[in-house]
Write a protein that binds this ligand. Structure first.
Ligand code: NFE
Ligand code: MG
Length: 599
């Protein structure tokens, strides 16, 4: 290949200098990215690769469907509960099981709490250092930092000059000891960093605050799920008893004391997102508002399944508080319904994935999905199978399958949800987006970018924290009205099941649309297929050569220093990639994973 036009409208040129980033760090799982730069250091071709295979779909075959949540929850160490929730919904859908209202409220609280937690961790601990320079923070004047903090967010209590001076002193000790810890290996002398020292100090301080706050956020899921990060779930409801006047010791984890505690943490989440996270994204965004790269397919093809059912057991879009729909061909006002049961809509392709199908010119709907690993490098690849130097994107090159909606590669995630919700006229979302854009002094088109993706996630964290409070109120009201049911076990016994059934469960995971498809036969799992958000966003090419969200988003971006590809990290990180999820489906991942190679 020299230049190649893709059916979805991109021109790729792989003749220029090839830069390999492997591993891409500050993500979940193992990812590799190769790009070609032209003579002006602009990206003209991008190749995104999941470099491990985990075989969860194979492991699930023959198991008890009621246990699938516990296996699928281990797909990831970040978005754990969302897989468990998707799994119990898939089994309930297959078997026609309805859950009590309280179970719906508790599941929503857990899911929303995960959204807030995951988004917060993503921004501060995985993404912020693409924009924030902790070494530069040493030059900050603590008094000026305090003034900046009070201007950006007067409501945040930690804002005195002394507070920032202490943090700066801690940071200095870190740097002087030569042990940068979490801040090691950054490109801290790169001119792509634009914040003044005070903004850097403020953001690094919030990095530490958010790190500390995590241990409180997770207690919400611990109360309802017994533990975190892998809480307990149950087909038919939730595995926790409600006794409003009881206590934990008496075996009633949901009581007035624990619910008051959930209220306290929920309020803290609302305040932290409103007074720290969102203002930081706007404050940092103002310095980078001309950095509007990374849109990719965001202004063309977006999809969300919807989630957070207001009333239990109704998964129709009207009852879902998170947006549902698909946009294709850039027609933003034309929102199509998505039917996960229609074999013509969602299909996974593998001609560029390390799997084998009997006929790879066709895609397979997940109910008929096949997961058979087949690792081989293309004829133009360089290196060896255990030490790849350069991949051949004309052949198989990733452990991620290529899912398509009616043939289209789709972007999923907070930005997709927010654009779809905005276009559907959801007032809550419109107000947030308009407010954020006006604070940044940017037009709507700016949303279709790396910055837009990051902003949408922050706004969604705020939305999720508030909805968490809504479901807490709903739960308490329902319990006070005398309904304490949390599980429906009428169809728990496999003897009550038909011999052969199939079902699908879906959620909006922090990174986007997530669904699991299950076939049950003779009480056991016959086939189980997961198509996860990072499968959508991190997809390799399909049978027609369409590129997906990650690859498209990198094109046309200028890289300041080819040997320090912070621009690549910015855009990839804006999707919050989770390769553990997307490659659910071991790899000979060896020593080669620990370097950035530039040729
Ligand atoms: Ni492992 Fe996940 C989320 C799921 S991945 S993080 O959110 O499903 O794309
Ligand atoms: Mg899969």
């Amino acid at each position: 290949m020299a230049t190649l036009a893709t059916p979805n409208g991109y021109t790729l040129d792989n003749t220029g200098k090839r830069v390999v980033v492997d591993p891409v760090t500050r993500i979940e799982g193992h990812m590799r990215c190769e790009v070609n730069l032209d003579s002006n250091n602009v990206i003209r071709n991008a190749v995104s690769t999941g470099t491990m295979w985990r075989g969860l779909e194979v492991i699930l075959k023959g198991r008890d469907p009621r246990d699938a949540w516990a296996f699928t929850q281990r797909i990831c160490g970040v978005c754990t509960g969302t897989h468990a929730l998707t799994s119990v919904r898939a089994v309930e859908n297959a078997l026609g099981i309805e859950i009590p209202e309280n179970a719906n409220s508790i599941r929503n609280i857990m899911q929303l709490s995960l959204q807030v937690h995951d988004h917060l961790v993503h921004f501060y601990h995985l993404h912020a250092l693409d924009w924030v320079n902790p070494v530069n923070a040493l030059k900050a004047d603590p008094k000026a930092t305090s003034e900046l903090q009070q201007m950006v967010s007067p409501a945040h209590p930690n804002s005195s000059p002394g507070y920032f001076r202490d943090i700066q002193t801690r940071l200095k000790k870190f740097v002087e000891s030569g042990q940068l810890g979490p801040f090691k290996n950054g490109y801290w002398t790169n001119p792509a960093y634009l914040l003044p020292p005070e903004a850097d100090l403020m953001a690094v301080t919030h990095y530490l605050e958010a790190l500390d706050f995590q241990k409180e956020i997770m207690t919400v899921r611990t109360i309802f799920g017994g533990k975190d990060i892998h809480p307990n779930w149950l087909v038919g409801g939730v595995p926790c008893a409600i006794n409003i006047d009881g206590d934990m010791a008496a075996g009633a984890p949901v009581n007035m004391t624990s619910l008051n505690y959930v209220r306290k943490i929920t309020d803290k989440c609302i305040n932290f997102v409103k007074n720290v996270y969102v203002p930081d994204v706007i404050a940092i965004g103002k310095f980078y508002k001309t950095w509007l790269y990374g849109g990719g397919i965001a202004n063309k093809s977006l999809m969300a399944y919807g989630d957070i059912p207001d009333r239990a057991n109704d998964y129709s879009p009207e009852n879902l508080m998170m947006p549902h729909g698909a946009i294709v061909d850039g027609k933003l006002t034309d929102i199509h319904p998505v039917d996960l049961t229609d074999p013509e809509q969602i299909q996974e392709f593998v001609p560029h994935s390390w799997y084998k199908y009997p006929d790879e010119s066709k895609g397979l709907h997940p109910w008929d999905g096949i997961t058979e690993p087949h690792y081989e490098l293309g004829p133009k690849a360089k290196g060896t199978s255990t030490r790849i130097e350069e991949l051949d994107e004309g052949a198989k090159y990733s452990w991620i399958k290529a899912p398509r909606w009616r043939g289209h590669a789709m972007e999923v995630g907070p930005l997709a949800r927010y654009i779809i919700g905005y276009q559907q006229g959801r007032k809550d979302i419109q107000e947030q987006v308009d407010g954020c854009l006006s604070a940044l002094g940017l037009p709507m088109e700016a949303m279709f970018s790396t910055l837009g993706r990051t902003a949408a996630r922050a706004l969604e964290a705020q939305w999720a924290a508030e909805k968490q409070a809504y479901f807490l109120d709903k739960l308490i009201t329902n319990v006070k009205n005398g309904d304490t049911a949390t599980a429906n076990t009428a169809k728990f016994d496999p003897k009550t099941w038909p011999d052969e059934v199939k079902g699908v469960g879906f959620t909006e995971a922090p990174r986007g649309a997530l669904a699991h498809w299950i076939r049950i036969k003779g009480g056991k799992i016959e086939n189980y297929q997961c198509v996860v958000p990072t499968t959508w966003n991190g997809t390799p090419r399909d049978n027609e050569g369409n590129i997906g969200a990650f690859e498209a988003s990198l094109l046309d971006t200028k890289v300041e220093r080819a040997e320090e590809p912070v621009e690549i990290l910015r855009t990839l990180h804006s999707f919050d990639p989770c390769l553990a999820c997307s490659t659910h489906v071991m790899g000979p991942d060896g020593q080669e994973l620990a370097e950035v190679k530039v040729r």
